[in-house]
Design a protein around this ligand. Structure first.
Ligand code: NAD
Ligand code: UDP
Length: 338
């Protein structure tokens, strides 16, 4: 019985949480990760949460010979492809690195899958493919105009996979456009641990609350939003993880399919709302100052989650307070990460 799900990038933030959700749903995750932005220590934590650690194959998705061996030796029924680089700023500085890792990596993976006859693929895309939207909530039909190499790398992979789907029958491909994943597993054993200074809001706020950083700089207080700060669609990482299981289950039930689906809550929260929720969850103050706008930032956007509900039967269930409480449990229990 082919029940392995190959999870590329499965040692990382979203991938590790998805391994928990896969195991809970009766699938057997098999991780392929080069550990360039994660630690093998996550496996012990996954064993504690799920009762057994997934196997880790340490290697790169661009290594075709390795992928051929994995598909020849392991009973893989589907692939969830998280492996990629995700720092927008770094992608501007070194676009070739991003195109090689994210685009070339996905093409090598897809070619190895085709050769092995494994045609079910769930791909980590991003709401960043929309760029600055005309309106929110953003439906999947909105124009795509990514504003940086990272976003373009995601859109290029979406387009390549669409062409692959149309080139031969039998492919089942889901392109999942995530909004802003935050939070951690409720055990507090796994979570997000960015290297160096965090770029993203929630890890930064957590580090201020735990005392690693003195204060949060709010990037802009004069946006045309209710409190003047930027608005995003924050989605709990365990909801997101369950969204992958829903997409996998749906894909496996179709003779063939190409889906493009937003994974978000459909609700926007401002920077100050997040900060206040975090103060409530942690019982700690989060000192902040209002700074200038961050170049390239979109003032406000959130996703339309209707297609995910209709097609996948998936809906985000966890609240902003839960996102903050779970982030805090992870951060306060693991201030140095893994
Ligand atoms: P992450 O960095 O925690 O996880 C990515 C994992 O992939 C890491 O464990 C890393 O070691 C591994 N990896 C990177 N390149 C690899 C390669 N060439 N071969 C093998 N392993 C490799 O990031 P994450 O937040 O878990 O993101 C997972 C995916 O979701 C990424 O593709 C990212 O672009 C996408 N995404 C993330 C967000 C977000 O805000 N976190 C939003 C939208 C989309
Ligand atoms: N933000 C902030 N201070 C920070 C990091 C982020 O005010 O130190 C704001 C940012 O301007 C945006 C929101 O928080 O309005 C979410 O930013 P993040 O980088 O987490 O996500 P993205 O902008 O990529 O959606």
């Amino acid at each position: 019985m082919k029940n392995y799900v190959l999870v590329t990038g499965g040692a990382g933030y979203i991938g590790s949480h998805t391994c928990v959700a896969l195991a809970a749903a009766g699938y057997t995750p098999l991780i392929l990760d080069n550990l360039c932005n994660s630690s093998a220590k996550v496996l012990d934590r996954l064993a504690t949460i799920s009762g057994a650690a997934p196997r880790l194959i340490e290697g790169d998705v661009r290594d075709r010979a390795l992928l051929d061996r994995v598909f020849a030796q392991e009973p893989v029924q589907a692939v969830i492809h998280f492996a990629g680089l995700k720092a927008v700023g770094d992608s501007v500085v070194d676009p070739l690195l991003y195109y090689d890792n994210n685009v070339n990596g996905s093409l090598v993976l897809a070619a190895a899958m085709r050769a092995a006859g494994v045609r079910t693929l769930i791909f980590s895309s991003s709401a960043t493919v929309y760029g600055e939207p005309d309106e929110s909530p953003i439906p999947e039909s909105a124009p795509t105009r990514p504003a940086n190499p990272y976003g373009r790398s995601k859109l290029m992979v979406e387009e390549c996979l669409g062409d692959l789907y149309r080139s031969e029958p039998g492919w089942r491909i889901a392109l999942l456009r995530y909004f802003n994943p935050v939070g951690a597993h409720e055990s507090g054993l796994i979570g997000e641990h960015p290297q160096g200074k965090p770029n993203n809001l929630m890890p930064f706020v957590s580090q201020v609350a735990v005392g690693t950083r003195p204060e949060l700089v709010v990037h802009g207080g004069d946006y045309p939003t209710p409190d003047g700060t930027g608005v995003r669609d924050y989605v709990h990482v365990m909801d997101l993880a369950e969204g992958h299981v829903a997409a996998l289950r749906h894909a496996l039930a179709q003779p063939q399919a190409l889906l493009t689906v937003n994974l978000g809550t459909g609700r926007g929260c401002s920077v100050l709302e997040v900060v206040q929720a975090f103060e409530r969850a942690s019982g700690r103050p989060v000192p902040r100052t209002i700074g200038p706008r961050r170049p390239g930032d979109v003032p406000a956007y959130w996703g339309d989650p209707a297609a995910a509900a209709e097609v996948l039967g998936w809906q985000a269930r966890r609240t902003l307070d839960q996102m903050c409480a779970d982030s805090w449990r992870w951060q306060s229990g693991n201030p140095e990460g893994y």
